[in-house]
Structure formats: C-alpha cells, structure tokens
Write a protein that binds this ligand. Sequence first.
Ligand code: SF4
Length: 539
Amino acid sequence: MVADKSYPTSAEAKDILLKEYPVKTARKRAKGIILNDPEMPPEVAANTRTIPGIITQRGCTYAGCKGVVLGPTRDILNLVHGPIGCSFYAWLTRRNQTRPTGPEEDNFIPYCLSTDMAESEIIFGGEKKLAQAIREAYAAFKPKAIGVFSTCPVGLIGDDVHTVARQMSAELGINIFGFSCEGYKGVSQSAGHHIANNQLMKHVVGKSDTVKEGKYRINMLGEYNIGGDAFVIEDLLERCGITLQASFSGNSTYDQFASAQNADLNVVMCHRSINYVADMLDKKYGIPWFKVNFIGAHSTAKSLRKIAEYFKSPELSERVEKVIAEEMEAVNAVIAEVRPRTEGKTAMLFVGGSRAHHYQDLFKELGMTTLAAGYEFAHRDDYEGRRVIPDIKVDADSRNIEELDIKADPELYRPRKSEAEMQAFAAEGFEFKDYTGMMPEMDKDTLVIDDISHAEAHRLVEMYHPSVFCAGIKEKYVIQKMGIPLKQLHSYDYGGPYAGFKGAINYYRDIDRITNMRIWERVKAPWQKNPELKASYGK
Ligand code: SF4
C-alpha cells in the first residue's frame, strides 16, 4: 500500500468497508477482506456463497461453462437448452476471437443457438424440444460435435440432457455431449469451468491420434483468446519453434481437444479455470505441467525460457533468446517513452481468477502501484498458493461438482520425463505443478478483497481515487460516474491484444492514455449536480 497521509491505512479502510453492513454480514465479509502478508499469506474466505442482497461481480455456472470454456471453440456447435435470455447473455460478450484455417472450416462462434424454452416446456418437460433442436441444428450446420448446455430451469424441472445427447448422438452419428451447468450449480462461474473441462476430458480428449509436426509440442491451458491474445502467443511460439498441439480454449477446435494427449508438455495460464485438467492429463497420459504467464513482457520472457529449459535443447533456448531480444527492443523503447507519465500512478484490480494477479505485472512495468486487488471467482489457492489445497474445506457447493477418477490410460500413458530426469529438475529448483498465488507477489498490507461488492468498490474508490480501476462491464459505468476510468479486463473494452510483448506494448499505450486523460476530472454524476435522496439501513 502506498504510504500517503491522505489515504486511510488498509486497516482503517477495512473498518470503513465493513461498518455499513449488519453485524452478521460484516462478520462474514471480514473473512474476505484481508491485509496482505506476502511472507505468510493469511487465509482468504474464497469460493464461498455471495451473501444475498450484496451486488456481486460474479457470473453464473452456465456462464463459466458455455461462455468461458466452450465459447472460444469454433467448430463445436453450442446449443443452449433454456430460456432465450440465458443465450443472449452469453452471446459474443467476451470478445473471443478465432481464426479458421480456410473458408471450408466451420466457425460457429458468431451464432447463438437456443431451444428457447417457454412455459409449456417448463410444465410438460423440454426433452422433446431439445431433441428436435439438435436435429434442426445438425441439418443446418452438419457439425462434427454438439455441446448441450443446461440452464437453471432445466435442472429445476429435471430434463435429462445427457440421455437426450446420447440418443441423438446414436441417431446422427456425431459426438454430442451435455453439460449439467445450471446457473445455480456452484457459487460462481468457477464451477462452470470445472463442469466444462470434465466433460471435455470424458467425451473429447483422446479421440484423435493427430500428432502435429514439431520437436517441441505443448498444450496451452487456460488461455481464452480475448481480443486476439492467442494470436500473439501463437506467433511467439511459432517463431521460437514450439508447436501448439492444443489450446484450451482460445482459437481452439474440436480436433485440437481430441488430440491433446499427444503434447509433451502442458503450460497453464489461468490456474483457476483449468489446473485440474493439467493434473488429469498428467495422470492419464504422463504429460507434466507448470504455470506460465504471458501477460507482461518480463513474465512472457520468463515463461518462454522455462518452456525451453524443460525441453533441454540448446537450439530451442537460442531461438527463444533471439525472439526475446528482438521483442524487448520495442518493449523497452515504449516503456522509456510512457513510464515518465505513468510512474507513481495507482491501480485497483478486481477481476477473474488470475487476471487480477497477471495484470499487476504490466502495472509494475509502468511504475504503477496496485492499491488493492481481488478475484471474483477464485479459490483460496489462487490467493495463497497451491500449498493450501489440502487444507481447503470441501463444502456442499464444491461436492456438487463431479471429481473425475482419473487413472493412467493403459495404451496412451507415456511418461514424458523419466524419474531420474524429474529428480534432476527438482535438484535444479525447476518447479512443476505449482503456483504461488497472488498474495506473495503483492506488497505487505495491501488490501486483498475476494468477491468485492459494488458498495465496497464504491467506498474504495471514494477513499483512494485510483488512477485506473480494472474490472468488468457491471462495474464499468458505476465507477466511471465517479470520475475514475475503468478498464475492462474480461472483454478489454474494445482494446487488446494484451498478451505477449506486442500485447504489453498495447497495454502500456492504453493505460497511458486512460490515466492521463483529463476528461475524468470533468465527469459529474447526476447526483453530484442535483440533490439526492438519503436513506439508512436499520440494523
Ligand atoms: S443464472 Fe440461470 S437463468 Fe440466469 S443466465 Fe445463468 S443459467 Fe440462465
């Protein structure tokens, strides 16, 4: 936290945030509002139910399944079983981009398909309508696979999407699978990520034996190609001589998922949405994994070097160093130009399950300070590190999500590194299967707030006047009416890509523009100009 007398201390700020809540609510929220200690991160109450009445940033489980994980895949036809509103809400709002290899390749991303469930299906059941919708969708598009997504009403009335999917798969001869991702299934979209990934593991991965050409084959897990991020990363990998076998799921295809078992390494970008898939691919096929971060120039360089180190190839390391040197020239030139204008400015980040962590690297490169940060759908390990996973209490909400029992595949399991090689890596301090979390990389006493409410965000902005507030569309106009710019880190507003070196340059320039724009001083919300109604909560 910046030492400035005009700011309240973090402890004072925490008291201010809590004082307006009723006693029970304040007690609960206090466990999610933490003063950081990077040496020994305190426990954060994360992945717990949002208290009713609080305006949360979170999305529903269906949004995490259909919107986040399957949304960026171009040739699996996504059919939503539910009321039309759920489909409209998840239609193209994340700005996922994709790049088909030619005009003959399927791209269903621009489409929005729904069974448009109405009153009669709620009363008499919607399975027949779903089967008919699958037939119609198949006749119109001839896809190689169809995913069927359940929304809240489907779970409430008990439609069996899995049986319908199986029957239609037999009738049409293509892979059709359902997702029990009803919006209420978990406390946030995180449950939806898990449901989506489980089904991909069960119904798709391992079905194709395509092996892409190349000596260094990797899968990229937890990268979703917002604003073209994946294109930047793909270009970097290609120039380094690294082959991307499959991406989960930015710019991905059905065949990529189906042949993911043929990579020799899994690298994980967003730990939250997919770390369990990395574990499953390791157990089932013998593919090791580690965490990478392609947000921030220095993190990108570190990630590329770690991939090269894993393959133990001097030729690969040389190519990686050459690419880094080429790219850093432009990065350093832009930092030298921009940093005098951004140095000392401040940021708050409340977004995602890894973005609030990753984007702090870009702010550091600009000489900016993170005043407060938190996630909307993270679990404790995303804050405190993977070491706490064994201590995380499994509650009824978590038990709702199926834990797959994964065993080594009798034919396809092939350990990519021998025991001796893994021991040599350990002796060198090379870390696999680890993630230190956000808190060890943040300053002492910085505020860490899980599932921040709109009221808390409002008070924070009043207290600290950050130079920029990073969150999503639900917060955007609330914060901007207070005269503080908000940068969306789900959809990037209309900007991006922000990944890799080129993306870092885009981000530096966007943040320079945003934080030095004078317009924000002139913004006056209607209630600042005219008298407002006042009310108080009766405790
Ligand atoms: S919460 Fe339920 S009804 Fe609302 S969008 Fe999600 S699935 Fe649809």
